[in-house]
Each structure stands twice: as structure tokens, then as C-alpha cells.
Design a protein around this ligand. Structure first.
Ligand SMILES: C[S@@+](CC[C@H](N)C(=O)[O-])C[C@H]1O[C@@H](n2cnc3c(N)ncnc32)[C@H](O)[C@@H]1O
Length: 292
């Protein structure tokens, strides 16, 4: 195997998501072995999706669709099917179609960022629950003078290492706008790939609403220093572990949800609020956007 001289965090992370080292596509990648926030167990999300679907259907008698992006075991779509929805149901996930899924539910196996680019004209609701936090990002750590340095991955140990000062103009611009690095030793994650993913996913919608629920934060909180320690972590068996980018754990970082929302430039309305209905998950935040 050729070992690269330098490995960016986002590239190494991508390998553990969709590449050779994919955590989700490996033998241990069943989401429900690792996560305590099963969307199917949340009546609040089901209710909210129902409301958004009703809103999307107000101006038409035509067919509606619910697309669940990163649909895991298909729990949300199964609950909607059991509730008797008339909407077409589509799950998109890296993982294959769950074996016992209701045959009325469509399933697309693939990278949702690419699938979305090919699947347009949706009228209805797009849901992304605990999806954006999986999308890779770059990260920085400030030195004692507050200058951001890139966080890289050691190509051999696959552990985090501190790199050179950040120079990439686009990444600097993202930080300056969304998460200014102003304090010594603070960390920040650069959400531009999540922004692009959300723009692509919401781009599927011709008309309707998009809902993201995730571990997340807003600019006010970031400016106040609430997240100065950074949020990059690993998950395994329901517990946080050291983030090692070798595919042995799920890598995740909280989502700059306002930045993602701003990337959906066609959105007619945007609502961001703390999602308080998941007990023990105070870090959850919701983004609801409407499209016409
Ligand atoms: C934490 S699980 C959440 C599953 C489900 N949404 C829920 O909340 O119960 C994340 C899911 O997103 C899928 N996923 C992550 N990145 C993806 C991508 N780029 N394209 C499609 N699916 C992805 C994973 O395979 C996994 O099933």
C-alpha cells in the first residue's frame, strides 16, 4: 500500500464513510448497534414529517413523496407506511435495502450526495436525521497566538495530528464567516462539505419541505465559545471513542446547521430550533426549510 505524505482529515474521513475503510459498509456498520437515537422511536419526528407533508400537499392534489436520506434501517419510512400514508416513500442509504422492508418502500443504495443530483422533481418532504454529522469536514486548532492550523490524519496511525497554518482561501473564508477562530487553542470544524451536501439534497425538492435533525450548533453559540473544544469524535457501540480514521469507529462532528441552511439558496423559509424531544440529546438541533 502506498502511504501518502499528507492526509487531510476530510479525505481520510471520506475513506471511512464511502471508501475502502467504510465503517457503515463493514461488518460492524449496522447503525443501530452504535446509536441510541433511532429515528423510528420518535413520535415527534413522525408527527413533524406528517405536518410538513400536509403543508406540501396544500397546493396540489398530485402525488407526494417522502425521501429519507441516510435512512439506516428504514424505520421512519416503515412507520409512515404503517400509518397509511399515501405518499411515495424512498430511502437512500450507503447500506443495502434492509431485508424485511415493506415492499411498497423504494430504496436506493448509494451516496446520497450523488443520488440526489440525479433525483430531481420531488414534491413532498426530504428528511435527513443524523446524516449531516457523518459528512466529512476539515478541522483546525489555533496555536497560542490564535492562528488556525490544519488538523491532519497521520497516514500510518490514522490518528489526528497538527499540521501547518491553514492557508486554503475557501476554508479560511468559511471559518471567518461561520466560525471565526479568535481564541488560542480553540478548535473549529469547517462545514463546507455539509453545506454542499445539504444544497444537493434539498436540490431534489421541486416543492415542499426539508427537515434535518442532528447534533449541531449555531453561530451565536460558536462565537460565544460554547464549542471551542471542537466536536470531532468517534462512536462505537453507543459510546464516544477517540476518533481514529481507520474505519474502526464512526466519525462524527456536530453540524453548523445555520451554514447548511444558508447553502440551500432556494429555501423560501428557514426555521432552526433546539430539538428537545430526544431525552439526553441536548445537542440536537432541527432545521426546517420550505421550497416552492
Ligand atoms: C447515524 S445513522 C442514522 C440512520 C437514520 N437516519 C436514523 O436516524 O435512525 C446514519 C445513516 O446514514 C447513512 N449514510 C451516511 N453517509 C451517507 C451518504 N453519504 N449517503 C447515503 N447514506 C449515508 C449511513 O449508512 C447510516 O445508515
Amino acid at each position: 500500500m502506498v502511504v501518502p505524505d499528507e492526509l487531510t482529515l476530510a479525505d481520510a474521513w471520506e475513506e471511512t464513510l464511502t471508501g475502502d475503510r467504510s465503517f457503515y459498509l463493514g461488518p460492524d456498520g449496522d447503525p443501530y448497534r452504535h446509536f441510541a437515537t433511532d429515528i423510528a422511536a420518535s413520535p415527534e419526528i413522525l408527527g413533524l414529517v406528517g405536518q410538513l407533508l400536509a403543508l406540501a400537499g396544500e397546493d396540489t392534489t398530485g402525488p407526494l413523496t417522502v425521501v429519507d436520506v441516510g435512512s439506516g434501517a428504514g424505520g421512519l419510512l416503515t412507520r409512515l407506511a404503517l400509518a397509511g400514508t399515501h405518499a411515495r416513500l424512498i430511502g437512500i442509504d450507503l447500506r443495502p435495502r434492509p431485508p424485511d422492508l415493506d415492499p411498497g418502500i423504494d430504496w436506493i443504495t448509494g451516496d446520497a450526495r450523488q443520488v440526489a443530483a440525479e433525483l430531481g422533481g420531488i414534491h413532498g418532504v426530504v428528511v435527513a436525521h443524523e446524516f449531516l454529522d457523518d459528512i466529512p469536514c476539515e478541522a483546525v486548532e489555533a496555536d497560542d497566538e490564535g492562528r488556525p492550523h490544519r488538523l491532519l490524519i497521520d497516514p500510518v496511525s490514522r490518528e489526528l495530528q497538527l499540521g501547518e497554518p491553514l492557508e486554503d482561501p475557501a476554508q479560511r473564508a468559511w471559518l471567518d464567516h461561520w466560525w471565526p477562530v479568535t481564541r488560542p487553542f480553540m478548535r473549529a470544524e469547517i462545514g463546507s462539505r455539509r453545506d454542499a451536501a445539504w444544497a444537493s439534497i434539498t436540490g431534489m425538492l421541486d416543492r415542499g419541505a426539508a427537515l434535518a435533525i442532528d447534533y449541531g450548533h449555531t453561530r451565536d453559540e460558536r462565537m460565544a465559545g460554547t464549542w471551542d473544544g471542537g466536536t470531532l469524535t468517534g462512536y462505537l457501540d453507543g459510546r464516544t471513542v477517540t476518533p481514529i480514521a481507520d474505519g474502526s469507529c464512526n466519525l462524527t462532528a456536530h453540524v453548523a446547521i445555520d451554514a447548511a441552511g444558508a447553502a440551500a439558496t432556494r429555501a423560501r423559509t428557514t426555521r432552526i430550533s433546539r430539538w428537545t424531544t430526544a431525552p439526553g440529546h441536548a445537542d440536537f438541533i432541527s432545521l426546517v426549510q420550505t421550497f416552492t
